[in-house]
Design a protein around this ligand. Structure first.
Ligand SMILES: [Fe+2]
Length: 250
């Protein structure tokens, strides 16, 4: 089967629409997995949730989503982030709120032999980032629970880590193209990028797809009109920096 993993949409509707068009027209997957953070930062939370609700087969709870439904303490977040989380909470319908509230911290897909979590799957409710091999090496603590492919989001980067045994791992620094993992015996950690707020210097939306039979991971980039998002953020008087950063993908 072919699956797609999208995450960190952050209420960026033009980005999500462009990604869904690419998925529909050129990938045609058997399932779409959502790696968390539907909302936060951006100006279209309700519309974003409605599209995810219609199209996603399985999803997990991101830290911004958790802030909305009261499953994480947002007092540690900086003021602008907290402001948008509170603004989002006020405008969601009960149905949209319920979609976020139903999301679990972790999803194991037996058909695709993969695991999905927003941050590190070691203690997913803590939302630890996986930025480097140090974060991956901690996953040896939960090795029996890992799958062949372990998808994470949260960092807004793309990457691929190979767990090489003996509490070690290797970082491949992947930002595009395909990787054949069929001959790799150990689990891999695939960092799936961000639809709505990529931070690797490339403003295009990023996500991944995986062919479970051929065991090929593919890293995708899609252009969208980020000026629409920047203008909407300004019109709603949300923190302007959450729009401006979209131009540079940072
Ligand atoms: Fe995020």
């Amino acid at each position: 089967m072919k699956i797609v993993v999208i995450g960190d949409v952050h209420s960026n509707l033009p980005a999500l629409e462009a990604v869904m068009k690419e998925i529909r027209e050129n990938i045609k997957p058997d399932a779409i997995l959502f790696a968390g953070d539907a909302v936060g930062y951006g100006p279209w939370p309700g519309e974003t949730i409605d599209i995810l609700k219609e199209n996603v087969d399985f999803g997990v709870l991101g830290n911004h989503d958790a802030g909305i439904v009261g499953k994480t303490n947002i007092n540690d977040y900086y003021d602008a982030v907290r402001y948008v989380i509170n603004w989002t909470t006020d405008i969601l319908t009960n149905d949209q709120f319920a979609f976020l509230d139903r999301l679990k911290y972790i999803h194991v897909d037996d058909r695709a032999h993969c695991l999905l979590s927003h941050g590190s799957p070691r203690m997913p409710e803590r939302y630890d980032y996986i930025f480097n091999c140090r974060g991956v090496n901690r996953l040896y603590d939960v090795a029996p629970f890992l799958q062949k492919v372990n998808f994470v989001g949260h960092s807004h980067y793309t990457n691929l880590f190979l767990m090489t045994g003996n509490n070690q791992s290797v970082e491949l620094n992947i930002s595009g193209g395909e990787v054949d993992i069929s001959t790799i015996p150990n689990p891999v950690v695939c960092v799936c990028g961000s639809v709505g707020q990529p931070r690797d210097g490339d403003p295009r939306s990023s996500f991944v797809s995986y062919d479970t039979e051929k065991q090929i991971l593919r890293y995708h980039r899609v252009e969208y009109d980020f000026e629409l998002t920047i203008n909407k953020i300004k019109a709603l008087r949300l923190p302007a920096s959450f729009g401006e950063r979209l131009r540079n993908g940072c």
